[in-house]
Design a protein around this ligand. Sequence first.
Ligand code: ANZ
Ligand code: ZN
Length: 825
Amino acid sequence: SNRYNHARVQEYWQHVWDREGVYELDDAAIDRGEGTYVLGMFPYTSGSLHMGHIRNYAITDAVARYRRMNGEDVLHPMGWDAFGLPAENAAYERDTDPESWTRTCIEQMRDELERMGFGYDWSREITTCEPEYYRWNQWLFTRFYENDLVEYTGAQVNWCPDCETVLADAQVDEGDGHADVRDDTPGHADGEGVCWRCGTAVETRELDQWFFTITDYADELADGLDALDGWPESVREIQRNWIGRREGAQITFEIDGDPIDVFTTRPDTVFGATYLALAPGHGVARELAQRTSSGASEAVDDFHDRAADGRAEGTAGVDTGLTATNPVTGEEIPVYVASYVLSDVGTGAVMGVPAHNERDHAFATAHDLPVERVVAPNDGEHGERNGQPLPYTDEGMIVADGAYEGLASAAARERLLDHDAVTAATTYRLRDWLISRQRYWGTPIPMVHCEECGAVPVPDEDLPVELPEFVQTTGNPLAASDEFVQTTCPDCGGPAERETDTMDTFVDSSWYFLRYLNPDLSTAPFENEVADDWLPVDVYVGGDEHAVLHLLYIRFFTRALADLGLLDRREPVDRLVNQGTVLHGGEKMSKSKGNDVAPHEYGAETTRLFVLSAAHPGQDFEWTATDVSNAYEFQQDVYRMVLSFTDGAGGRTESRPHDAYLEREIDRTIAAVTDEYDRFRFHRVVTELQQFAQLLRRYREYETPYRFAYSRGLRVLTKLLAPLAPYLAEELWSALDGEGLIAGADWPTPLHDIPDYRTERELVRTTLADVREITDVVEITDPDEIELVVAPDWSYRAYEIAREVNQEPDSTASEGSRRSRDGST
Ligand code: ANZ
Ligand code: ZN
C-alpha cells in the first residue's frame, strides 16, 4: 500500500539489524583505534525514558550513523548508571530490593531504546552495579589512595536528613531544582540549600569522610578550559566559576600580638578596612567562645549556636570585643564574627572594607561601622571623597593619606607586596570531592579499619568487596551487617572492621567511557594503549545540568589517571554538545509537571525525526502536535514518492537539456546536507530534505522524469535521511533495490564539481510572484520584492522554475520555501 506502516517496518528492520549485528564494532576495529567515538551520557536507571533522553540519544545516533556511512569505525555504546539513592528509595516504597528494581528498570529502558531505532553496540553494554564493573571503582580508589589522591578526614558536611546521607557541594541545590553555580556564595557545608534528589533542606554535620583531592587539580582544570574549544562557552564558564580561582593577597593582622591572616582580592583597599570579621567556627572565635569570663564570649558562643542551626544569615554577626591592628596603617579596628564569612574560603577571616565591597557595606550598615573611602574612580576628581555613591567596587586611584596616595589600584597592590605583612595568595572555591555516602546502593569503599594499623586498603586480589544482602533499616544497611563489617586486617591479621561507606555514584560515571573499550577485561579497568587511541571521545552529548558535577569529574579523573601512568591523554572529551530542553506548554517537559509525552506515543521514528527537526541541538524548543504531525507527514510523503516510482513508473531513458537542473540540485543538496551534518544542524538537514523532496515532486509532476536522474534523486534523498529516520530509510532503500543495508551504505557524493554554495552566492532581485522552491530567502523588504541568495550558476534556475513550472503563482507556495538565516550558530 502507499501508507507507511511504521510499526511493521520497525519491527522488521530491527530484527534484521540485530541479526546482522550492524552496530557492533569488533575487537580488531577497537585495536586499530582509528575510529570515531560517539557517546551519549548514559541514563540513570530510573524506570523509563523521557523526552530529554530521546533528544539526547537521537543526536548521538544521527552523528554515529552519519559517520558510519562516511566509512568510519564508529564506537557508539550504551550502558546504565545503575547505582544510587533513588533505587534504594524505590525499593523501600515497593517493598523490593534495589538490585531487583534496577534490573527491572534496565530491561524496560533497553527495550525502549531499541524500539527508538538507536543503533548501539550492545555487545559493549556496561552496568555500574555489577561487581565486575564496580570492582574497578575499588581498584581505582586504591590507586588513588596509594598516590595521595584520597584523604580521610573529619569535615563539616552537607547532610540530607531524609536520605540520611552526605551530599557533595554540587548536589546541594538552591531549591529551584538545579545546582545554581552562578551564585557567588560557596555552598560548602553552610547548611543552606536543599538536597538535589529529594528537595529536603540540607543540614550541617561533622563526620569522618573520604575525599578525592580534586583541589590538587584546580589550576590545571581551570587552565585546561581555555583549550577546550569544542565545548560550549557556557559550560566552560560554569566550570571556571565553580573552580573559582581568586588571585589576591594574604594580609597578616594582629590580635593581642597574635597573627591573624585574611585573604583579599583587593589588598589595595586595606587602607579602608574598618573592621575584621571571622567566620563562625574560626579558631580565634571558637577559643573566645569557650572562655567563660566576659559577656562578649557568651555572645559569641550564643552566635555560634545560632549559626550552626542555620539561624544566622545575611548581615548577622556579633562584636567580639577584641581589636585587631591593621599592619599597613597601624589602625586598631573591631573584630566581629559574621555569618557571611565562610570558614572554608580563603583563611576564614576577612578585612571589612565597607566603602568598596557590597557585602561589607551591608554588614557595616547593619552594625553601625564606619565607611571610609580609599579608592576613587580614575575619572573622578583627585581627592574627592564623597562624590560617588558607595560602595565603589571598581579599581581606581588610592586617595588614602600616606605613601600610597595617588597610586593606581594595580600599582598599589604591586607595592604592597613588598610589605612584610602582605604576601601574594590564590584561593579557590573548589573543595575536595566528598565521595562518602552512608547508603547501601553504591560501591563499597575498599578500606578496612584496624585498631593497630589504622585505615588499610583491601588488597587487589580480594576485590571486589561485594555488597552484603540488602536489608531495610533506617541507617546504613552495610553497617547493619555484622558479617560484612567484621573482618581481619590485611596488614596485621588482627580483627578489624570494614568501611561501611559507599562511593558517590559520580565515581562510577567518571571513567565509564573507558570501560566501553574493553568491557570484559578482567585484569584492569581498561587498556592504556587502546584508551589513548580512542580518547578523547569525539562527540559527547548530554544535558548542561551536568556542567559541574559529571563534566568536571571526568576531566579530573582523566588527568589523575594520566598522572598514575594509566593514560597519556589529559582531557576526556573533544566536542561537547548540550542538548536544549524540550518544552511543553512553555515549561520543561517532565512527568512531575504532568506535561510529558511518552516517547512511543507517536511512532518512534516520528518522535526522533521531530525532535531533531525542531531546533538546533543546543536550543530549547516547544513540543507541538502540529509540528509532530508535520514530521509524520514528511515521512509519509517520502514513502509515497519512492513507492509510486518503484511501482512501475518507468520514466524516460533519454535525457533532455532541461534535466540538468535536477542533476545539479541533487549535487547541491548532497553538499549542503553534508555540511549541515558536519555542523550538527539536523534541523537544517530536515529543511533541506523537505525542499529537495518538494523539488523532486514538482519535477515529476511537470513531466515524465528522466529515469537515471530521478531515481538517483530518490536514492540520495533516502541516504541523506538515513541518520535521522533509519527504519524508513531501510524500507525505502530496499524498495529502490539498494545494495545491502542502508545503515552500512556509503554516503552519497556529488557527480559534478559544485561551487561552494555557501560562499559563492549572488544576490538576485526578484518578486514574490517569481519565487518558488528556490533557495534561501534572506529578507523580505517589500512583499513584491525579495532578495534571493543563490549560487551563481543556479540563478538561471530560479527563473526557469518560476516561469516554466508555475504558471499560477500563489503566496503559500513561496511561504513553504522561505528560510531564514536563523540557526546558523
Ligand atoms: C577585602 C575586599 C575589599 C574584598 C574589596 C573585596 C573587595 P570574591 O569577592 O568572590 O572575588 N572573602 C575572603 N575570604 C572570605 C571568606 N572566608 N568568606 C567570605 N568572603 C571572603 O572573593 C574574594 C573576596 O571575598 C575577598 O576580597 C574578601 O573580600 C572576601 F573592595 O577583601 B575582599
Ligand atoms: Zn591491622
